[in-house]
Design a binder for this molecule. Structure first.
Ligand code: ADP
Ligand code: MG
Length: 702
């Protein structure tokens, strides 16, 4: 076969050249013809719609108006700084047009007796509107060039614009490209599937996505391309999952033995919730199959994931295996170690803690006990992944707060094992169902959707900064009742000195309000030495201080049941899931807990919505859905770096139906033809192999 024209380097496209090619690569990751072909417009403008000047409102992304142009004037003294003109519509209204450069070219271009079509973004200026740098066409010539009413709008960047590649420039490139490559676009979906779903062909869809014939063909093209995008992700995830379950061997936990029963009967001080029992059953059945378990355990903060993990570890130990638990921070690892040690105090189980600050001698003892099999449970941070750590027979790995660990890090932990241990990943960041299907589509998912009984729901209140004295008063009352309080400052970037200054100023004002000897205040932030951080944290945990001023370092996992008030400063600067995580630090004891969101008066629409959502619900899943709506799936906690959601056209919030359909079709096809060997599925196999879909990204979490 001839060379694939779609793989031609972009500099060979007419109108590009080496310099523009460099920019296209750097700015938009467009390297070859194909990349440009798949660079979709981010929206369309309906050029059949004309507005009257009187109809203009502030929130319009663009308007298109017919009218006459008058009063062309240059302003500014020595060097001209702007040019204005007036657009007059047929209702007698006037709109200012304005330019900041290109005057020479513009002067004399607009003739008084001619009608023009003016297009651009209206901006409010006092009580009037204007349009800066509008697109202007004569009515007569516009009528000829306008083939279709829907005009594509492409994203560009400042650098590209300065080289003449603004949105329009990119559109011009596509006009050159498409006729050249059109006949070389190969179909990727089998005919039977296209027929069944009534999807247009790929060639037709790609042409229409860039240059829609009409609204209908645009809609059909979008549907086809969205389906395709989501379908191949699902096909990839599901075939990986098939392979894994086919090939992977897993330890078999034959029995539930003494350790489990003894603990359950004699040492567990509360009744498990139904949700906890259900999850344990789900895990239990995984460990009997002889296949490796890869399970994600989702449960809102405080839902009791740790006890589930402990019970499963006991089953592993009952079967002669070791278990380990990895936490993202030293503080958390410590806390897990202490609470698990306490719970296991009367059992014959050896448990140790290994973190970055474990001393050498102690470390050696742990390594030996691990290798000999004397140590049953090891708890730690990523120190666990260090190469010297060798288990005798690791049967279960529990990872707390999964998003802090990369896939590669996890894999290191047991690459020496012949049979991989079962893996349970616990997360308190609820993930909307659709997102989970895409992100973790190859994992089994368990959900603890029930809080232990007797918990009082946290009350969340929004307060403006001007009410600070009232808030201080409330804090004093709570401290008088014996409670402890968190005050959290945003620290988007730990190295930002400005943020740190906010925190220090806040700390000082709190120390002024709550002076020694009646009160003691702790402070923790990311720029402190780990030892100092730990020391301060421990003081708060032990109840030696009443107030903990901190950044989001306390976001994950920390458990101080006596802390019942969470004050979040500049709450508008936090994302929803972060606010929810922070709120989860309180409400862990029997007392009524409070979350107070402090903001100033100026709030963006999104910030308002976030605050309202927090005030109105404690349900992590509702919060996660709202978060995804507001921010788009790509920005959801922990998914940013994954690249998995690098979707070009589909949107898993808006296109949930298509996603489910794609999932269903992929399942049906793989059920019938797991290796895609049937002749009619060759096209799928080929596409799957040639497309850069995730690659390793979806392989097992272990
Ligand atoms: P998370 O899911 O946030 O990790 P934890 O496992 O830390 O939650 O549990 C929070 C608290 O609730 C702990 O003090 C734990 O002992 C307690 N707890 C867990 N399950 C139950 C239950 N079924 N009944 C009562 N208390 C429980
Ligand atoms: Mg936890």
């Amino acid at each position: 076969m001839a060379v694939d024209i779609l793989k031609t380097p972009i500099e060979f496209l007419r109108g590009v050249g080496p310099q523009k090619a460099e920019l296209l690569k750097k700015e938009l990751q467009i390297f070859v013809f194909e990349d440009l072909l798949y660079f979709y417009p981010f929206r369309y403008v309906d050029k059949s719609r004309f507005y009257k000047i009187r109809e203009i409102t502030e929130d319009m992304p663009w308007v298109q108006i017919r009218g006459y142009i008058s009063d062309i004037e240059l302003h500014g003294q020595k060097r001209t700084t702007r040019m204005t003109a007036v657009l007059n519509d047929d209702q007698g209204y006037k709109l200012e047009l304005i330019w900041f450069n290109g005057f020479k070219f513009l002067k004399g271009l607009f003739l008084p007796g001619k009608e023009y079509i003016v297009f651009g973004k209206p901006t409010r200026y006092g009580r009037k509107f204007n349009i800066a740098h509008p697109d202007i066409e004569e009515v007569s010539s516009a009528a000829i060039t306008q083939q279709s009413a829907m005009h594509p709008v492409y994203n560009s960047t400042e650098k590209l614009k300065s080289r003449g590649l603004d949105g329009k420039g990119i559109s011009r490139l596509l006009k050159t490209l498409i006729p050249q490559v059109k006949n070389y676009i190969n179909e990727t979906l089998p005919e039977y599937l296209r027929d069944e779903l009534k999807l247009p062909g790929l060639r037709q869809s790609l042409v229409n996505i860039h240059f829609p014939e009409n609204n209908q063909s645009l809609a059909r093209a979008q549907a086809r391309l969205k389906f395709e995008e989501l379908f191949f992700i699902q096909l990839k995830i599901l075939s990986l999952k098939n392979n894994r379950t086919r090939e992977s061997k897993g330890q078999i936990f034959k029995v539930v033995g003494n350790q489990f029963h003894d603990f359950y009967k004699n040492h567990l001080t509360f009744e498990l919730t139904d949700a906890q029992k259900r999850v344990i059953k789900e895990i239990r059945s995984d460990t009997l199959t002889g296949k490796q378990m890869n399970r994600l355990l989702q449960g809102d903060v405080g839902s009791g994931k740790t006890i589930v993990a402990l019970l499963v570890m006991l089953i592993a130990i009952d079967n002669g295996f070791q278990a380990c638990l990895m936490a993202p921070t030293e503080v958390l690892a410590n806390q897990h170690f202490e609470s698990l040690s306490a719970m296991l105090a009367n059992l014959d189980i050896n448990i140790s803690l290994l973190t970055g600050s474990t001393r050498k001698a102690k470390r050696r003892v742990i390594h030996e006990a691990l290798a000999s099999g004397n140590l049953n449970i090891l708890i730690g941070t990523h120190a666990l992944i260090e190469d010297v750590v060798v288990f005798h027979d690791l049967g279960l790995v529990v990872i707390d707060e999964q998003h802090r660990f990369g896939v590669a890090q996890r894999a290191k932990l047991w690459k020496k094992n012949i049979i991989s241990p079962h893996v349970l990943v616990m997360t308190a960041t609820p993930i909307p169902r659709t997102l989970a299907m895409t992100l973790y589509g190859d994992l089994e998912i368990s959900v603890i959707d029930q809080l232990p009984p007797g918990r009082k729901p946290i009350k969340t209140i929004h307060q403006y900064d001007s009410n600070r004295l009232k808030v201080f008063g409330f804090m004093r009352e709570q401290i008088k009742l014996g409670r402890q309080i968190y005050v959290v400052y945003p620290l988007i970037n730990e190295s930002e000195t400005l943020d740190l200054k906010d925190l220090m100023d806040g700390y000082e004002s709190i120390v002024r309000e709550f002076p020694l000897p009646d009160y003691a205040v702790s402070i923790v932030h990311g720029q402190m030495k780990p030892a100092d951080k730990d020391y301060e944290m421990q003081r708060f945990v032990k109840g030696e201080t009443q107030i903990m001023v901190a950044t989001t370092v306390i976001e994950v996992g920390i458990n101080v049941p006596n802390a019942s008030v969470m004050v979040i400063e500049s709450a508008q600067r936090f994302g929803l899931s972060q606010l929810h995580q922070l709120r989860g630090r309180v409400g862990r004891g029997a007392d009524q807990s409070w979350c107070i969101l402090m903001t100033d008066y100026k709030l963006s629409a999104d910030a308002k919505k976030r605050i309202q959502t927090m005030v109105s619900t404690n349900d992590g899943f509702i919060i996660a859905e709202t978060d995804m709506e507001l921010r788009g799936p790509g920005d959801i906690h922990g998914t940013q770096q994954s690249g998995i959601l690098d979707l070009k056209i589909a949107n898993i919030t808006r296109d949930e139906k298509i996603l489910k359909y794609a999932r269903k079709k992929a399942e049906e096809i793989l059920d019938k033809d797991p290796f895609l060997r049937l002749p009619e599925n060759q096209i799928l196999l080929k596409t799957l192999q040639s497309k850069q879909i995730g690659g390793e990204r979806w392989s097992k979490i272990s």
